[in-house]
Structure formats: structure tokens, C-alpha cells
Write a protein that binds this ligand. Structure first.
Ligand code: MG
Length: 256
């Protein structure tokens, strides 16, 4: 083929393709079809290093006004240098307010490792969503245990995706998205609880489906309970500390 003819033919081909595309474009829906403007998301402020403006502060380092001991007659935990620390044998503490679907932030610090203590005996505590579903707090830095009982596990259900533990005496963070289970009026389960967790900013649980309330022995099984219940922190006999605890109640579109 002579070069000029080849050139003309390619021009013709390009022009056919371009006009086909132009025709296609005219047949496409308008971009506006899939754009909407209401409801407008609420405006909040989310300053670096502090709680979002729509968060409920559960502990800011100065008082335990938002918390109550679970055990009758217990004096609860102690505040020291902006942190609250478990007093062994004082029992669990729980929020005075109740929560269902939520985003929870907290920071915890494991006590200095005691070499004679290992596995579940080292720096054990826990965050119980609704007082029933434990996110394990444990010193899992060079401290093997059963994997679905290590730090950031959904205790006895799901091990974390990775072990993101920092050493003892270094502050760590948990950020939790918890969706409460739903029950029908007859007590049957409509939908199980779900949970996503970041440990020190690292994804460790992604939308796991909880099998029921935490059980130490035997398999978990759902039993109907209130839509909102207090958050509990565990006294497992170790001097674990907590600070900077806040929660945001969340309303998912499908639950409106
Ligand atoms: Mg525990």
C-alpha cells in the first residue's frame, strides 16, 4: 500500500471511531441523574489530636463521673496523672450511659511486664461493648497465648488480622466501630452484632460477625437484650490504665 493511501485510511478510521463515541456519549444519562443534595450531612469539627465535636467524652483524665463500679460496694478505679487504672479485685467499671451502635476511641497502657506472668495473666483487661462483647486488652508483645484471646481479638471468637501491639508502658489506641445486634419482639435474632477495630491505627478486625456474647467456656449464643447497654472495662487483676475515652453514637442510613 502506498504510504499516502495508508495515511488517508487511518484518518478515516479515526474519524469513524470518534463519531461512534460521540453518538454513545449522547445516549448516556446526564451526570446529574446520580447526584443528590439532601439530606445534608451534619457539620462537625474534627480537630487533630482531640475528640470530634459530636463525641461524648467518657474520660478526659480528671474524673470518673461517667463511670460506675459494677460490683456493689466497690470504690472503683483510681485516677493518676490523667489516666484511670484498674484496682485489682475492685471489679469491672461501666459507663452510666448506655450505647448501641457506636464509634469508640480509647487509649490503654499495659503495666511493666512481669516475667513470671505470661499468656492471659499478663496485662489482661478488656472492653466490653454493651457489657457483653469483649474486645480483648492484653500485653501481647512477645507474649504468646491462644490467638483468639490475644490483644485485639474478639475474645474467643476472632484473632486480630495482625499483632500491632506496642511494648508495655507505651500508650496504645483502639478505635472501634460496633453495630449492635437486633432482636425481634419475640426475642429471636434479626441481625448479629458486627465489629471493626483499628489497633494503633492498624486494621485488626474488619466487619466481623459476632457469634454472640463473650463466653469463657463453651460456645456463644445470642439472647435478646436492650438496644443500648453500658460499655464495661474489665478488672482481670492487672493494673492496666486507660485514658482519652470518647464515643460517638452512630445512626446508619438503613436504621433511620
Ligand atoms: Mg480480658
Amino acid at each position: 500500500m502506498i504510504p499516502k493511501l495508508r495515511y488517508l485510511l487511518s484518518l478515516a478510521f479515526i474519524s469513524i471511531v470518534a463519531s461512534a463515541f460521540a453518538e454513545d456519549d449522547a445516549n448516556l444519562p446526564k451526570p446529574e441523574l446520580t447526584e443528590y443534595y439532601t439530606p445534608v450531612p451534619a457539620v462537625i469539627s474534627a480537630p487533630a489530636g482531640s475528640a470530634p465535636s459530636d463525641a461524648i467524652i467518657l474520660f478526659n483524665g480528671t474524673d470518673l463521673n461517667s463511670w460506675a463500679p459494677v460490683k456493689a460496694g466497690s470504690k472503683g478505679w483510681v485516677i493518676n496523672e490523667g489516666a484511670m487504672t484498674v484496682i485489682p479485685k475492685s471489679g469491672y467499671i461501666q459507663t452510666k450511659a448506655a450505647f448501641g451502635d457506636m464509634q469508640l476511641h480509647l487509649e490503654f497502657r499495659e503495666p511493666k511486664a512481669i516475667e513470671s506472668k505470661h499468656s492471659q495473666a499478663r496485662g489482661n483487661s478488656g472492653v466490653f461493648m454493651m457489657g457483653l462483647y469483649e474486645l480483648q486488652v492484653l500485653d501481647s508483645y512477645n507474649n504468646p497465648t491462644y490467638v483468639n484471646g490475644q490483644a485485639a481479638s474478639i475474645y474467643k471468637q476472632y484473632p486480630p488480622l495482625v499483632n500491632a501491639c506496642r511494648p508495655p508502658e507505651v500508650w496504645q489506641t483502639y478505635d472501634v466501630i460496633f453495630i449492635a445486634p437486633r432482636f425481634a419482639a419475640d426475642g429471636s435474632l434479626i441481625s448479629p452484632a458486627r465489629e471493626t477495630v483499628l489497633h494503633n491505627g492498624v486494621l485488626v478486625q474488619y466487619d466481623v460477625v459476632l457469634k454472640g456474647p463473650t463466653e469463657y467456656r463453651g460456645y456463644p449464643k445470642y439472647k435478646a437484650h436492650a438496644a443500648k447497654l453500658p460499655i464495661q472495662l474489665q478488672d482481670h487483676g492487672d493494673k492496666v490504665s486507660f485514658r482519652n475515652i470518647w464515643v460517638r453514637e452512630i445512626t446508619l442510613p438503613e436504621t433511620k
